[in-house]
Ligand binder design. Sequence first.
Ligand code: MOS
Length: 737
Amino acid sequence: MNGATGSAMNRVDGLAKVTGAAAYAADFDLPRIACATMVRSTIAKGRIASVQTDRAAQAPGVLLVMTHENAPKLPAEGQQAQPPGDRALSLLQDDQVRYNGEPVAVVVAETLEQAQYAASLLNFSWEPAAPALDFESARASAYQPKALTHAPPDVAWGDAANALSDAPTQHSATYTTPMESHNPMEPHATLAAWNGDELTVHDSTQGVVGARKALAKKFGIPVEKVRVISPYVGGGFGCKGSAWSHVVLAAMAARKTHRPVRLVLERTQMFGPVGYRPRTRQELALGADSAGKLMAMRHDVVSPTSTFEDWSESSAVVTRMLYACPNVSTTHRLVKLNLGTPTFMRAPGESTGSYALEAAMDELAWKLQVDPLELRLRNYAEKEPESGKPWSSKALRECYRAGAERFGWSRRKAATGSLRDGEQLIGLGMATATYPANRQPANALVRIGADGSATVQCATQDIGTGTYTIVTQVAADALGLPANRIVVEIGDSQFPEAPVSGGSMTAASVTPAVQAAARQARGQLVARAIADAESPLHGLAAEEVEAVDGWLLSRADNSKRDAFASVIARSGGGAIEARAQAKPGEEKEQYAMHSFGAVFAEVAVDPTLGEVRVRRIVGAYSVGSVLNAKTARSQLIGGVVWGIGMALHEQTLVDPSSGRTVNANLAQYHVPVNADIADIDITFVDENDQNFNPLGARGIGEIGITGVAAAIANAVYHATGKRVRDLPITPDKLLEA
Ligand code: MOS
């Protein structure tokens, strides 16, 4: 072992990224490439009465104006779309309009400017119908979805209704969170090229395998005919977990023009047709006995979806697992609105749900006059509440302790408005963070070449999180090679299959496969050496040989050594190749598997302006073993930053009459900037979850956002005595009487 795994190794792709050598989807060039722009509806519901395309088609450089009148007819899909990769799309197959901003045409030209100019000459006549856009009135027709992404919509045990009414201390309230839109730095981008009946797509995606399957399904062609390539992704956060309409539209346009077609979404097109986090309305009711033990919890969630595909924000799943409680009832309902379909957005469910639950727990703590952290400890779940299963590993108590100590929680006084800094009201708040530990089957190939260096191939992807780096680290240790002699090739659907980089599962799924393939490759190398009469290791048993820094060594006598390259050269120079699969097994039945954390926030509120500044966040996390100390910390910082945005800034505003997003740009859709971010202190408690996977590592992509909004909202209450139950906490809400 070289001890690479766990170290704070710099990103192996860092140099390529900062020098511009890393090619993102839109950076790829091909001979005869053509540029496309996507045109969208300007009504929320109805049909296209007519569209005049002549002027656009005759504009300079135009190769194709594709509308529902001339778009290739795609095979009818027999079954419902299968998220995440495959979604119900808008592919110009009919004249119907189902939301404002729905794709209705694609214009292809020699240059992007020509395509955009021609698109401005398109003339649509709409036949509008009355859209459903009012969430509140639509709630009357809320319905139960078939399922959430990973769970049933309703889960209950005990008798929450009766236990609630019996509880001496009760708290019930409604918490709401707004629609939010993904804004990765790199917008969605697709470059599609046909070669005969074979389709190659460079796409900014969180799942090359899923995008490939979705494209094959939409075109009705075998998956072998489709290749999706995505070596670098400038952020995903869930929106790039699905192949949305533009991906297929680019391929349709490429087929029709017989040219490679590049289609990059404009920033404003990121709002609506590529998913978003839906708003939520969450009713929480908690009941506790006089000792502060939870007797009952109810959590009822309503969120909107589109008129053509169900997608639920699973906010109440946290209430099913976070605290010990004998009587629990959780429900999820949907309402259909004339909007695009919502989708996964960093910690879908847990982000919004942990806000509501953890704000409600804070309110209960005030009612009970118990310290909020103490209330969490009194209700600590020693096993999974619903199933009674043990946790694979859980160090949340250690997180509470470590976080409280680093933060200085003990200086918090149990009175609102008790801390000041000049005019500023200071508040301290905390909340629990949690996210499930997910894992799916993954495959990897490891090849040791004639020069003794190694190549790893896997159809996973690096969405900015550090996949290249952790795969390098794990392979280095398993092979006994220095990290700089390992080349990691990912982001290509032709490599061995791996899951979507969603649900925080890439590290946990992929690294065990890489480790297994690397160990097999090393085993083959050792076998060649000990069988070779010319090797200093000849005749040793395999167990008597170790691999360090590109050498095979006799464990008993390190002076007996053979370089990787020498072993291969003497055996004829043929590369060694090993493939392996790693997948979850029975541990899923035996254990409940989650990551946890404790988040502490200090805010300063200006009482005159209602402005909230987050001065400090301390987060302590229980995530299993950490594969890279630096990228892991960065991941958590990124999640916390987003949590600050969720608490104070982000909201997608839809005009209630037109259904159009009115702030579809980064000037008016506020995300935190450097000036909004002060001190973020991230700690990991020591843990190694061998019950979960061989690396002992649970995923960390999403937990960072969870709990943060609640910790901030709770701190704002501590500072001001004002309880804002409607995110984001903007100044107007604090200035309201
Ligand atoms: Mo994550 S929102 O599952 O990509």
